[in-house]
Design a protein around this ligand. Sequence first.
Ligand SMILES: C[S@@+](CC[C@H](N)C(=O)[O-])C[C@H]1O[C@@H](n2cnc3c(N)ncnc32)[C@H](O)[C@@H]1O
Length: 295
Amino acid sequence: MGHKPVLAAAAIDHLVWDRDGLYIDGTIGCGGHAGLILERLSPSGLLWGFDWDRAMLERVSAVLRDASSRLRLFHAPFSRIGEHLASEGIRAHGILLDLGLNSAALDEPDRGFRYSAPDAPLDMRMDRDRLETAGDLLKGCSEDELARIFAELGEARRPRAAARAIVDARVATPLRTSGDLVRVLQRARAVPGGPAELSRIFQALRLRVNRELEDLDLFLEGVSEWLVPRGRLVVISYESLSDRRVKSLQRPTGEAGGHARFRKLTPHVLRPDRDETLDNPRARSAKLRALERMD
Ligand SMILES: C[S@@+](CC[C@H](N)C(=O)[O-])C[C@H]1O[C@@H](n2cnc3c(N)ncnc32)[C@H](O)[C@@H]1O
């Protein structure tokens, strides 16, 4: 996800159709895709990069410093791309989203994204300017609310048992670390199947802490207005909740949730091949959709 850009060739080939245009990487992360977009553009082509994780922007501005005259970085969620375009009175030729978490953030032990780093605080904020952490959620949410988060955002197998275990445990002591959460869930037998089930619980918390699906919904509502006619939208998703939302953009008018402002550029969703998943296991669940805005 971070160091090795996922589905890089397909993403860039579908995104860049006018080498002099303005392109936006809405999830610039470590700048893997961004560097390749800049290489593909002509000297007058421009790239804007968004990320809500300030640490990523600091890193990427160093990595891509040679291109600084053609690159602008924004510390903002991608749902706010439209505001920045409108303030300049322009539209983009293409927008790329490579959703979810950066591998660099995942590997930072103090950020709490991994269930396998037991001493990490339960943080999980991608934008550290926000206040609410995973620990706050686990402390403040009712049992019903937690069960709903685990069911809807993690498709967990025993969401109610997980929620009840947390609510019971926090009466005695607050949950402070990833290890505390894992122990509570395991003791209550709320995570049958072990690692896969823990990943679902952790995914659900991360999606909720960062309100990732809400941001994606706002983005998808606005994006057709942010692109020039024939402008491209390329989205790489790693879980089905996001992918389903992106897919709904390409439905014909009349179908529930259909917008019909986009046509598909590939008949099917694109997946990494075996070599890529062997080389980069985090690419395994990736799905790429490439769409074109209709006139
Ligand atoms: C999978 S990584 C992107 C990796 C990047 N394509 C590369 O090649 O290095 C996703 C990045 O998007 C950011 N991100 C996720 N959701 C976001 C949102 N709604 N708004 C802004 N940034 C977001 C994360 O902080 C993370 O740095």
